[in-house]
Design a protein around this ligand. Structure first.
Ligand SMILES: *Cc1c(COP(=O)(O)O)cnc(C)c1O
Length: 385
């Protein structure tokens, strides 16, 4: 096993309280410039960063400074995005249950578009827009009934999932919107899931969108914007070999398979692929405990700091960044009073001693933002290096 001491500025970690999130601004920068270069090959492609993956203010500022838009799923995210400098006319707002105050926040800020997920939501947006004498751009989130080869908890585009409007109702809801006074129908929205590594899944979505576009064309309905959501996956096993996700192939897949009508614009909502690889959770070994059949490394970080392993059975690469001693087999666990507070079982680590620093890699997405205060724990801080 390689020792990755070299990639972390360990000497700067001495005064920082563990656990904390380490963000590598070089990796984030090169990820962002790759996105801008690859999406920039297609003049009608627009990328929105999915704020829910990581809303650390410094990360948000860095991303907004590159000119990307923002994809928000709550009123709080809209406020955070605007504070970080994302222009309101590049903000899209999705979510299956938008509260009235959130709709008002979006209207007051004149965001680009609501991704609407039900008829009662459409009616509510129209009511509030009417009261404010505004016109709200709306796209309908259509459930494409396309599966994604990812963990069952993070598929979103199957008919059984709670998200979106059924394809059968598409023409009906568009017709309703077109008859309403204060909403303007501008496009279709999709999102099939997350941590998707098989481009065939995105191709399947393209084919579905092509079918739906043909249907709309027959019905004489014009669609200006196609939002294909996000979902591009990252290499959790080999973050050093693949620090930058496959953006070129990803955008090429859409360019090749989506049959666009003249003047159509394509929107992407990327979260995980933008921020996962730049982040690591840095934690300290509290104790090494000899169990009956196992050796446990007990960390000062737990599922309250990084819930992905407990919530999605996610596997993160784990490294001892202090020790160079020979490898041993360990279960790596947190201090929380829950049996699911386990980061990994039976993995090889350089021999661990109390006080060693442990890096849990690829933790920049759905890490810090999902931290909780369960067990009255302090929230981990994020540090950008
Ligand atoms: C979560 C989410 C995304 C981002 O997904 P990633 O897998 O992180 O790229 C995009 N769009 C919508 C609507 C989402 O809910």
């Amino acid at each position: 096993m390689t020792n990755n001491k070299g990639i972390f500025p360990i000497e700067k970690f001495q005064d920082i309280e563990t656990p904390f999130y380490y963000y590598d601004s070089k990796i984030l920068d090169s990820t962002l410039s790759t996105i801008i270069k690859e999406a920039g090959k297609y003049s009608n492609f627009h990328v929105h960063y999915a704020v829910k993956a990581n809303a650390n203010p410094r990360i948000l500022k860095l991303i907004s400074s590159t000119g990307l838009g923002a994809d928000c799923v709550s009123g709080g995210e809209i406020t955070a995005a605007i504070e970080a400098g994302f222009p309101a006319d590049k903000i899209v707002f999705a979510g299956v249950g938008k509260a009235d105050w959130e709709i008002n926040t979006a209207l007051d800020n004149d965001i680009f578009c609501f991704n609407v997920e039900s008829i009662p939501e459409l009616e509510t947006i129209n009511e509030w827009a009417t009261k404010k004498d505004k016109t709200a751009n709306v796209a309908f989130r259509i459930n494409p009934d396309v599966g994604a080869h990812t963990h069952a908890h993070i598929t979103t585009g199957l008919a059984e999932n709670k998200f979106g409007i059924s394809m059968n109702d598409m023409e009906k809801v568009i017709d309703m919107a077109q008859k309403m006074s204060n909403v303007k129908f501008i496009g279709l929205h999709f999102h099939i899931g997350s941590q998707i590594l098989l481009m065939d899944d995105f191709t399947a979505l393209c084919h579905r969108i092509n079918e739906l576009q043909d249907r709309l064309e027959h019905a004489g309905i014009a669609v200006k914007h196609i939002n294909v959501g996000g979902g591009l996956g990252v290499d959790y096993e080999n973050p050093n070999e693949h620090p930058i996700p496959a953006f070129r192939t990803y955008f090429e897949t859409y360019a090749q398979h989506l049959k666009l009508r003249p003047g159509q614009e394509v929107h992407f909502e990327l979260g995980r692929s933008v921020v996962a690889q730049c982040g690591s959770l840095i934690s300290k070994v509290l104790y090494v405990k000899e169990g009956t059949n196992k050796k446990f490394v007990i960390l000062d970080a737990g599922m309250t700091d990084l819930i992905r392993p407990a919530l999605y059975q996610a596997c993160h690469k784990i490294e001892n960044i202090t020790s160079q001693a020979g490898c041993q087999t360990y279960d790596v666990v947190g201090p929380i009073c829950e049996s699911s507070d386990v980061f990994a079982s039976d993995i090889q680590l350089n021999q661990c001693r109390r006080g060693d620093l442990i890096a849990i890699r690829s933790a920049g997405a759905y890490g810090e933002i999902m931290a909780s205060g369960y067990n009255c724990r302090r929230l981990p801080k994020g540090h950008l290096f």
